[in-house]
Design a protein around this ligand. Sequence first.
Ligand SMILES: Cc1cc2nc3c(=O)[nH]c(=O)nc-3n(C[C@H](O)[C@H](O)[C@H](O)COP(=O)(O)OP(=O)(O)OC[C@H]3O[C@@H](n4cnc5c(N)ncnc54)[C@H](O)[C@@H]3O)c2cc1C
Length: 419
Amino acid sequence: MSVHALRGGARAEYDVVLVGAGLVGAALALALAPQSLRVALIEAQPLDQMEQPGYDERTTALSFASVRILQSLGVWSALARHASPIRHIHVSQQGGFGVSRFDAREVGVDALGQVLPNHHLIAALLDRLGRQEDLDVYAPSRVVAVHQDGGRMRVRLEDQTERFEIHSRLLVAADGAESPVRTLLGVGVTRRDYGQSAIIANVSPGIAPQGRAFERFTPDGPIALLPLSEARCALVWTVSSLAQQWALELPDAQFLEELEARFGRRLGRFERVGRRRAYPLALVRSRRMVEGRTVFLGNAAHAIHPVAGLGFNLALREAAILAEILAEATDPGDRDILEGFEQRIERYQDQIIGFSDALPRLFAQRFPGFEHARSLGLLGLDLLPALKTGFVLHTMGLDSGMPALARGSGPSRITGGGP
Ligand SMILES: Cc1cc2nc3c(=O)[nH]c(=O)nc-3n(C[C@H](O)[C@H](O)[C@H](O)COP(=O)(O)OP(=O)(O)OC[C@H]3O[C@@H](n4cnc5c(N)ncnc54)[C@H](O)[C@@H]3O)c2cc1C
């Protein structure tokens, strides 16, 4: 990998230019590495400042299928020791009697998923990318203009000192929910504000989670607790937008009391909470996944409610499918190729987005009798083995349309050792 702070030495013509070295852009760059494509990765931030470790580190719940993809990309061996397995998921609602439990053993696997600090994930991806000789990285550099010009995209970059232009046959915008590339190309979004914010923090409960993840639905929104190392849990507590400041400003002891009042004492008393951060929640979906020779991926394509922790998992799957489809292409920006990509991802994407959108709204309904129906729904899920197994396989990211990388059969010429 050559990192270009300046234009000097870089090529101007690429097959694929990826904008954004967040989790999604970095994963796609790695998935493309075995192919003989000229690839450039552009990132606005300095690469060594992407995520910070510590008690307050941010985490991502990875589905079973995502772990398989990361294994195929050759990064899991560096990540496994930092991961906390999810062996059991407990779903309940405040004030309702129904409970549903999902156990890894029921579907014959060791773990339903893994929870991983983001800084380890991005560091492992960037480290592996650093060993790819054919990849050009422009960081810190910002994309400031894009134009389609016949069979190529013209991409204008700006770093601390100058502006310059590179060209590619395919442009992939993995530049986040506010996607500057999407705006520059005039592609609109559909947006639904949930009127909610996710309060994120790491907490230490009295009883170590030991592989248990919890999803608890309250009238204000869901609370997710995911197992982390050092007996911590990653908390994602959804509150109404009006309660955001309240939740951020409460003294620690009171915050933990409020949490316990809603979550109960399944994990004993909460003893510590780290720094709290708020993320206003909205479903933002690009009106198009493909615009000419540009593909939108990750949050640039769809930023979804974090209730089920599926945003990155969905994006990683789509990145793996794109890499698989490009392996067969002579022109990576060819219209038929990109249409094939859209068709392949459409159905599953709609299902996951629909699920993540419906779940918090279903549990937010306050009509008389609704709580009872929901309790029965949770009980039904727990009692009907076929339905439950289907639900679990879905959240594990396992279905018939999985990318080859998730089946462990993708191309393998990623430099730097095996999984
Ligand atoms: C509270 C919360 C919890 C979540 N938990 C989970 C979970 O448990 N599991 C899960 O699967 N998903 C989860 N998600 C979703 C997940 O975080 C996102 O899907 C993921 O971060 C999207 O990554 P990305 O690479 O698309 O975007 P980003 O991480 O936003 O990366 C975009 C990158 O593009 C760069 N960029 C922007 N503009 C430019 C430009 N002009 N030029 C160059 N570079 C540019 C940015 O600097 C950035 O590095 C959660 C989300 C939230 C909000």
